[in-house]
Write a protein that binds this ligand. Structure first.
Ligand code: UD1
Ligand code: MG
Length: 454
């Protein structure tokens, strides 16, 4: 790997996130089923030859552990006191020993950036400038830092809102926060940033003025307002969720799925839909779901940690829980719950059933109201239903139990023993009939009370 190709992303996440009013560190709050920080780490992962160094506050082990779990080569630096963004970035110094290539400084609470934006900043920083700042033009520039350009439209300095003159506050081009800096200059510049400003903080944006004074080239790359938005409150979190869901819906449709009412379908960051998948209204995909080509997910279904094979049908009102795999052409109908269940090709579980810790063999038919009794309060047990078996309605299969291929189970049975292939098994008291009993019963009661029941 050529040294100039190296990219290190310093992810700042030491802020307390007080406005979230949460026990959970801000960057671990989830968007589309994945912690915000996971989205940021995956942005870095898309850049070739990139590695992250995460700057956390004290007592943020949970954040460090999460990052290491997702990207084991992530460096962790601790900022003991939150003295500002320049001070935070400086904490990563010891972890960036080679000081080659480009360093990206990004925020852990800004999960909506486009990978192309970061890639563009890195490219410009390699080829044309020592520093590249992500700029944007917000509808309301509010309290963002302002980017001051010189006569040649090169970036001259960044002023924080609190320190800006009236003229500077009138600048529409704002600081989006992210920066790309050549590694060889970054830490020297950071170490020279002071804190004589309105906030008394060490501002990362101050490195631009310092770099210019040394004749270094500083450029702006403009991005969209949407991608720059940070999450500071629960309302911001909901906003970021909405943006992410919109993107995931567009992606699903671009990849060839039909969404009957896109706004009512909720995705996870890793949902995979094949071509010609049809998704009805009000479907929720939790993490870890893959739907193969031509499958149909009918309205009001909830799926998580599951695969659905080609041309299978799920729902309406189905709950497909983790560890479920629905085979090709299989049918899962209304009010059916599956968990750790392998429903093999062409099998049908059409109505009101619970199938957990089980295999349902190919083309087996599971009648309405069938329950696999998988739990005795302490342990879980497996139910194995053979290919082509027919389970009568309202059967309880008390696991562990094995139903042989092609066997029939009579409706309403409580099956506790294995059934051999092609046998019929049922557990059912004999039906008793007393002819004329009902009319005699009515006649007796009506003459006693003297009136006809209304
Ligand atoms: C920053 C920029 C501002 C820009 C805005 C865009 C500075 C000084 N200002 O302001 O120009 O318009 O982003 O959103 O950089 N953090 C630490 N340690 C600290 C301070 C902050 O790790 O000591 C982390 C925070 O957790 C957060 C990020 O740095 O993830 C940004 O800090 P924040 O205080 O939100 O900066 P802004 O005021 O938004
Ligand atoms: Mg902020």
């Amino acid at each position: 790997m050529m040294a100039r190709e190296t990219v290190t992303a310093i992810i700042l996440a030491a802020g307390k996130g007080t406005r979230m009013k949460s026990r959970l560190p801000k960057v671990l709050h989830r968007i589309a089923g994945r912690p915000m920080l996971g989205h940021v780490l995956s942005l870095v992962d898309e850049i070739p030859n990139a590695r992250s160094v995460l700057v956390v506050g004290p007592d943020m082990d949970e954040v460090a552990t999460y990052a290491k779990g997702v990207a084991p080569d992530t460096g962790i630096a601790v900022q003991a006191e939150q003295l500002g963004t320049a001070h935070a970035a400086l904490m990563a110094q010891s972890d960036i020993s080679d000081r080659e290539g480009v360093v990206l400084v990004i925020f852990g609470d800004t999960p909506l950036m486009h990978p192309e934006t970061l890639a563009g900043m890195v490219r410009t920083c390699r080829d044309e400038a020592e520093i590249v700042v992500l700029g944007f033009r917000p509808k309301d520039p509010a309290a963002y830092g302002r980017l001051v350009l010189d006569e040649e439209d090169a970036l001259q300095k960044i002023v924080e809102f609190k320190d800006a003159s009236e003229a500077e506050k009138g600048i529409a081009l704002c600081n989006g926060g992210a920066m790309a800096v050549r590694a060889e200059y970054l830490f020297d510049l950071l170490s020279r940033v002071g804190n004589e400003n309105a906030a008394g903080e060490y501002y990362l944006p101050d490195i631009v003025g310092l770099a210019r004074a040394e004749g270094l080239v500083c450029r702006v790359q403009e991005g969209e307002e949407e991608e720059v938005q940070g999450v500071n409150s629960r309302a911001d979190l909901a906003m970021a969720e909405a943006v992410m869901q919109r993107r995931l819906r567009h992606k699903a449709m671009a990849d060839g799925a039909t969404l009957a009412d896109p706004a009512s379908v909720y995705f996870s960051f890793d949902t995979v839909l094949g071509r010609d998948v049809t998704v009805g209204q009000n479907v929720v995909f939790g993490p870890g779901v893959r739907i193969a080509d031509g499958a149909t997910i009918k309205p009001f279904s909830h799926l998580e940690g599951a695969t659905v094979a080609e041309k299978a049908e799920v729902g309406p009102f189905a709950r497909i829980r983790p560890g479920s795999s629905i085979g090709a052409g299989a049918k899962i109908g209304n009010f059916v719950e599956t968990k750790k269940a392998e429903i093999q090709e062409g099998a049908k579980v059409s109505h009101l059933s619970y199938i957990g810790d089980a295999r349902v063999g190919a083309h087996a038919n599971i009648g309405a109201g069938t329950i696999t009794c998988n739990y005795d309060g302490y342990n879980k047990f497996f139910t194995d239903i053979g290919a082509g078996a027919f389970v009568g309605s309202n059967s309880a299969l008390v696991a562990p139990v094995k139903i042989g291929d092609g066997a029939y189970l009579g409706s309403g049975s409580v099956i506790t023993k294995d059934v051999t292939p092609d046998a019929l098994a049922f557990t059912r008291p004999k039906q008793v009939e007393k002819s004329g009993w009902a009319s005699a019963f009515r006649a007796k009661n009506e003459s006693a009370s003297g009136k006809v029941k209304d």
